[in-house]
Design a protein around this ligand. Structure first.
Ligand code: GUN
Length: 297
């Protein structure tokens, strides 16, 4: 039997525990506050931001949403980040990526105060993660790690193939899984568009994590029997549906599920966990600023 890993259920349990943390912080006079910044016309980005806003409300985190015209000068975004950095009420800042081409993405990542960088994208926070002393674990990699733990899959000693080398998922996830820590100790291969024989790498893996942003690029023929499959992809593909599209992952689900001992669905797998771990980082940022110790889930 293939175990279908239920990201919605794991995320809900984390949100419940975070609600108690928020209550404890509020009792000490601090209400965690997240600022999201959207400078994009992309419908999917707007949807993600509104879901993050809704999640905050559900656990008692205050949320503000700053929307910047995608045609506005880059300075408008840089100035917004400066203002949010200086605002003592704001504990976390999330600039939804990607930003328009005329904006310097690396400057945006550098400009967010590392103590408010709930994405974990600032170079100082990337460095801390690599050094084994993370301040904020990036949300999607952290969510993947939690899903594996919930499914009783210990990465220790396992061969893991990560398909995709992005700064948001592939690279930080590899760094988390190789740490000499609980939920780490894996042997990780990072595959990408120039990997010579991708199927050989994925077939040799006990755990395959697909995060390339290419619809259904990993199928059952590329997997070994009993593999654990984590699908990070969320791709909109044209479909004869009311919305005109459907969501598919980077994994061809049916053929992969035939081989897998455990697999995440899309939607309902990694996506809800990314959002839950953003709440986690926001609560962590608030507790550190307020210097109030809380038991994070
Ligand atoms: N765009 C896609 N994923 C992410 C994410 O995790 N954080 C931000 N800020 N933008 C994204």
């Amino acid at each position: 039997m293939t175990h279908v890993i239920d990201g919605n259920a794991v995320a809900e349990s984390i949100r419940d525990d975070l609600t108690a943390c928020v209550d404890a912080l509020r009792d000490e006079g601090t209400t965690p506050k997240l600022a999201t910044v959207l400078m994009s016309e992309d419908a999917a980005s707007a949807t993600y931001v509104s879901m993050k806003q809704r999640d905050c409300e559900a656990v008692g985190i205050e949320a503000i949403d700053v929307e910047i015209d995608p045609d506005a000068p880059a300075d408008e975004l840089y100035g917004t980040i400066d203002d949010l950095n200086a605002d003592p009420e704001v504990h976390g800042i999330l600039v939804q990526m990607p930003v328009p081409d005329h904006v310097d993405t690396r400057k945006v990542l550098r400009d967010v105060d590392p103590a408010k960088d709930v994405d974990g994208f600032h170079p100082a926070n990337v460095g801390r993660l690599v050094a084994g002393d993370p301040r904020f674990k990036p949300c999607t990699p952290h969510g993947v790690q939690r899903l594996l733990a919930d499914a009783d899959v210990d990465p220790e000693g396992k061969d893991v193939a990560i398909v995709g080398r992005s700064d948001i998922v592939g690279k930080p996830l590899a760094n988390l899984l190789i740490q000499k820590e609980a939920d780490g100790n894996a042997t990780v291969t990072i595959c990408h568009s120039r990997t010579a024989d991708l199927a050989a790498k994925t077939r040799a893996a006990d755990i395959v994590i697909a995060a390339a942003g290419v619809p259904e690029m990993v199928d059952g023929s590329m997997l070994t029997e009993g593999v654990v499959v984590i699908d990070v992809g969320v791709n909109r593909v044209d479909a004869d549906s009311e919305k005109g599209y459907e969501l598919v992952g980077d994994v061809e689900y049916d053929s992969a599920a035939e081989k897998a001992s455990a697999i995440t669905p899309v939607p309902g797998g990694v996506g809800p966990m990314t959002r839950a771990m953003l709440l986690y980082n926001t609560v962590k940022a608030a507790s550190e600023r307020a210097d109030v110790a809380i038991d994070l889930p």
